[in-house]
Design a protein around this ligand. Structure first.
Ligand code: ADP
Length: 211
């Protein structure tokens, strides 16, 4: 039998962002289904669990004091206050998965992505794994259609999100990739292409193993 050559690649930290409604949750779900090595992290929140939500599965539900102690200790790669509740992504949650050889998907809003990019970029363990993608809505009209179609927000909140999207859209240059959203299939194909190419980079290859 001929020996084959295997590749030992560093796990990826795949950071995906977009203005609200552009489609990052949708494409993230598709990616998690399509790419077996890719997993999500469980984020933390101080809000109470809703019926059916399971601690450690949907979120890590933290008491306010615990959350704040972890913020002070610098344990979060990113944290934010949204309508009076704290949310955050623990560095330890990301590292645990990468140590197991898994690629980690982080799908976050544009502000969170800026913080994450800066923190992970300055982190010797994470910086070599970071790949950041900005999903650009194809137009403001289509973004409005998607926000309305999601049936989640009032007209006021949608107007607010649209106004905010304009300034968020200016951030695209700070990311490694920009994907202008097309159909759901187009978006998934673009993201899979990025993941596949990033896996082939010499800089991410620890070694080739002749088996
Ligand atoms: P985000 O997570 O960025 O806020 P979502 O993934 O929740 O956005 O998508 C917002 C809405 O747009 C959802 O109703 C979703 O089904 C729809 N959507 C997502 N991606 C596409 C796409 N490529 N084309 C058309 N509609 C989309």
């Amino acid at each position: 039998m001929n020996p084959g050559i295997g590749r030992d690649v560093v796990p990826l930290l795949f950071l995906v962002t977009a203005p609200s409604g552009a489609g990052k949750t949708t494409v993230g779900r598709g990616l998690l289904e399509a790419v077996p090595s890719l997993v999500r992290v469980v984020t933390c929140t101080t809000r109470s669990p809703r019926p059916g939500e399971v601690d450690g599965v949907d979120y890590h539900f933290l008491a306010r004091g615990d959350f704040e102690a972890r913020v002070s200790a610098g344990e979060f790669l990113e944290s934010a206050e949204v309508y009076g509740n704290g949310y955050g992504t623990l560095r330890s949650e990301v590292v645990r998965r990468m140590d197991a050889g898994l690629d980690v998907l982080l799908s976050v809003d544009v502000q969170g992505a800026e913080t994450l990019r800066a923190k992970a970029g300055a982190d010797s363990l994470l910086s070599g794994s970071l790949v950041s993608v900005f999903i650009m809505p194809p137009s403001l009209e289509e973004l409005e259609r998607r926000l309305r179609g999601r049936n989640q927000d009032s007209a006021e909140v949608i107007a607010c999100r649209l106004a905010f999207a304009l300034s968020e859209m200016e951030h695209w240059r700070r990311f490694d990739y920009v994907v202008v959203s097309g159909s759901r299939e187009d978006d998934l194909a673009a993201m899979r292409g990025i993941l596949a190419s990033e896996k082939l980079r010499v800089g991410r290859t620890r070694g080739l193993v002749i088996g």
